[in-house]
Design a protein around this ligand. Structure first.
Ligand SMILES: C[S@@+](CC[C@H](N)C(=O)[O-])C[C@H]1O[C@@H](n2cnc3c(N)ncnc32)[C@H](O)[C@@H]1O
Length: 270
């Protein structure tokens, strides 16, 4: 039986007023109606990539045609949930990103193609092609008035740069104090088995990546939708950064992981 978190009287706009988040152990495509239209600031979508991973439900083992058809169907379920200022981050592989991004571009403006360099160490790899070590992430916006806060995700300058700019004429420079604007190549190590963030999920994303999306593209107390929650990285990032979140995940075992993780994030956030 699906371990479904039913909306009840404490739920407003699909999210519990007490916790600020809601997890549905349900198929997003079949139950997207649980989320109100035009209520979401940001969709973070990390769907099955069609790599044959075992999520306990066959969702990553579709034929190419079925996969692309299913992809179009979940996108059409997700987009009406966005507010006019809303945006979408969509994870994909280089193999299917062209078709998927072309489809999204019929409905939204593409703002960035972000390359997640997984910092895979150089050991072996493909010999009949160049080894693929990145994921492709599309950032799309519904309108030109989309929410985007670059100051929330600036990266502090390192000590060497700060020292090199310590001369009088740089004193009090806003750009030096604020840090620099992240570029569209994000080099963040994938989570190896021993990594402290690691949960029992085959394609868990690093918190650093999802936190950057949430902070840049959702205002505080805004609402994030994750249609494919996996181990709950988006929910974790939202709790730590005071954003609300509604998430869907088919696999009940992963939902248990997500709830435990949400509890830890809540304690960490104080
Ligand atoms: C790539 S993983 C997400 C990983 C996640 N971002 C994380 O950091 O842990 C995709 C997840 O989508 C789930 N899934 C597949 N089809 C789904 C559907 N129709 N509705 C809800 N969840 C689904 C799978 O069980 C899998 O856990």
């Amino acid at each position: 039986m699906p371990d479904r978190t039913m909306p009840d009287s404490t739920v407003r706009g699909g999210v519990s007023a007490q916790t600020g988040w809601e997890l549905h152990n349900l198929d997003f495509v079949e139950h997207a109606a649980l989320v109100a239209d035009r209520s979401v600031d940001l969709v973070v979508a990390d769907p099955p990539y069609r790599l044959g991973k075992d999520y306990g439900n066959g969702s990553d083992r579709r034929s190419e045609d079925e996969f692309l058809e299913w992809t179009r169907s979940w996108i059409l379920c997700a987009l009406p949930k966005l507010k006019p200022t809303g945006s979408l981050y969509l994870f994909a592989t280089w193999r299917h990103a062209p078709e998927i991004f072309s489809f999204v571009k019929r409905h939204m403006t593409m703002i960035n193609e972000i390359i997640w360099d997984r910092r895979v160490p150089s050991m072996g790899g493909s010999t009949r092609r160049f080894s693929s070590v990145h994921d492709t992430i599309g950032l799309f916006a519904l309108t030109s008035g989309y929410y985007f806060d670059i100051d929330a995700v600036r990266i502090p300058y390192d000590a060497v740069t700060r020292k090199a700019r310590s001369r009088r004429r740089f004193e009090g420079s806003r750009w030096l104090e604020q840090g620099y604007n992240p570029k569209d190549v994000w080099s963040v190590s994938r989570l190896h088995r021993q990594h402290r963030e690691r949960e029992d999920h085959p394609t868990q994303k690093p918190l650093e990546i999802i936190e950057r999306m949430v902070r840049a593209s959702c205002p505080e107390d805004g609402l994030v939708l994750d249609p494919f929650a996996g181990s709950g990285t988006t929910l974790d990032a939202c709790i730590r950064n005071r954003r609300r979140c509604v998430a869907f995940e088919l696999n009940g075992e992963y939902c248990r992981i997500i709830r435990a993780r949400a509890g830890r994030a809540t304690s960490a956030a104080g």
